[in-house]
Each structure stands twice: as C-alpha cells, then as structure tokens.
Ligand binder design. Sequence first.
Ligand SMILES: [Fe+2]
Ligand SMILES: [Fe+2]
Length: 378
Amino acid sequence: MSDVHRSNLEIIGRDNIDDVDAILAATDIADRIDQGGATTFTWDYERSRDQLSRLYEKAKTSQWNATTDLDWETPVDQEAMGAFTTQVMPEIVETRRLAPGDPTCPVRNWGDREFARLGFELQAYSLSQFLHGEQGALVCTAKIVEQVPWVDAKYYASTQVMDEARHVEVFARYLREKLEGEYPINAQLMALLVDIIRDERWDMTYLGMQIMVEGLALAAFSLMSHAVDEPLLKRLLRLVMSDEARHVAFGVLSLREVYDSMTSAEIRERQEFAFEAGLRMRDRLVPVALWETLDVDPDAMVRWWVGNLPRSHTPILFSKIVPNVKKLGLLDAGVAEGEKGWLRRKYEEMGVIQFEDWADTSVEYELLDAVAASGTEA
Ligand SMILES: [Fe+2]
Ligand SMILES: [Fe+2]
C-alpha cells in the first residue's frame, strides 16, 4: 500500500528535498489566481456539531480591537531590536560563531554592527512573511465559508475571516509605522497559497491553511515572541496567537470528521499534500530578499547557511504541525499496525518526526487564550 505513493520528483519537482538549486529556482509571485471548487449552499440549518459550535461561541467573545487593545504610541528602537535579536536567534548566534575565518562564508568579515542590522532585517523579513501569510489566511478562510457544506463550519469560519483581517491589519501597521515597511512574499509561500486556493476540494483548503500554514505560524509567533523584548510586538504576537490556536483547532475538528469517511486512495492524496506543503513551509524559511537587501549574494549565503547550519531549517517550527497531522491519522494511514506509514517516513526525512507526541492544538487553544487574556507571558 505504501509504495503506491508518488515520488518526491512527482510531488515537489525534485528528488532530493534539500536541493538548494531547486529551492532557489522558485520566483513566481502572482496577484490573481483562479479559485478551485464550487460555492456551496446548505439548507440544513440544524446545529449538529457541538465542538464547532462551542468554538464559534468562544470566537465571538474573544474578538479584540487592533486599534484600541494595542498601545501604538510605544516607541520602537530599531537598533536595539536588532542587537537583541543577534543575542537570542540561534541562526545568527551560530553564524557569528562560524563565519570568522571561514573563506567560504560571504559574511566572514562582518562585525557587531552588520550583525545587528541582520538581526533587525531578519525580524522585518519574518514579520513580512507573517503579514503575507495572514492575507493568505484571510482569503482561504473566505473560501472555506463559501465551500464548506456544514452550517456550523460556515459560522465559525466567518469569525476567522474577521480574525485574519485583524492580523493583516496589525502586521501591516507594525511594519509600516514601527519598522521600515514590508519585504515581498517569499516564492515558496506564494506557491503553497496558489496550491491551496486552486484546489477544488474544500478539505484541502483546511489541510493547507488551518493545519500547515497556521500550525507553522503558531510555532513561529511563539519563537518570535521570545526573540524580541519590544513590548508592543510581544503583546501583538500574544493576541494573534490566541486567535491562531483556535484556527488550528477548527482545522483538526473539521478534518477528523471528513477523514473518517474517506477511501485509502483519498487519504493518500492528503498525505502527499501534507508532505508537499510541509516542505514548502520549510523552504519558505530561505530568505533570499533579505540577503539582497544586505548586499550579500543570496545564492552563496543560502548555500553556506544550509551547508553549515544543519538546524537552520528550524525543525521546532513543525512542533505544532506534526502532532496535529498525527491526530488526523495521516502519519501512519494505509499501513498495518506497527509498520511505519508513508508520511511518517517523509517527516523523518525532513527531520521533524520528533514532535509527533507534543500537545495537539485542539486541547491547547484554551490555554493560549487564557495567557493572552491575562497579558502575561507563557
Ligand atoms: Fe492569522
Ligand atoms: Fe489564523
């Protein structure tokens, strides 16, 4: 059964998942995409899905206002932000340690000032990808409202549309008012959004957006909130995270019901999608535009980074995705008890399987919600 899966080349267009040439080759950015799938009415208004119904009630009372719940007067010192980041971000700490004296490293002659600039730009780059990802979520959740056939899910998804608009609003405002504006979207993230939006099957929108993109975002927000000491950004991230955890929970709850009634061939397609999307999420961490801004040859720097910082693909970002994918049954579907499933082997290849038993988001969101409400740090 497991051997009928398509090959890496067929799924992602390259045999070796770490092929840097192929990763760097993606450059397409679009602003119009034809959406796949039909707009679906439901005439069954019966509220039959209790967990979704509870999540909807929770969403209604958890709305916050970006204009009044954040102190936009907070001054932001960009230099201090950059300097702090260089102390705490593992990729920069490692680069500073390894670069001097390495003739193959493009930044071997950098000093504290250049690294502080890198720290600042890396925050701006990451926040920009959050911003664009949030717009992707806004669009995808609107697609779910149109296409999902269950009334409880249409209700819930509509609250998420509002949440995502607020997230776009706060990231855009922060980048424009407090930093120096946004970087363009990363081509790998764009490719994933295109896949999700073009797919005709509504459950694929959930898997791509609610589980993969939002799962990674949740982990990334958490990491960043520990890598900045700027109070406005810290608070902003906490508020966004409290919403995101609900969004991932929405995905897990909905998909469990759908997957229960699928054939093994249909489940296989979902496994392949969870692998492809996972890899694109990982590749989107290759910050080409960032190196261009810093006048460093992106090609040489990305190669050096991938070759010298094997952990720079930051597996921890998959700490929310893998447990949720496991809970959905996708890791080991299609093989006999005790055998390794196809997706499990793929996540081993990507070096992220170690998170399979971490908390899944359907139980975690209430905790995050409480943390945001109290305004304290987890
Ligand atoms: Fe969001
Ligand atoms: Fe979200």
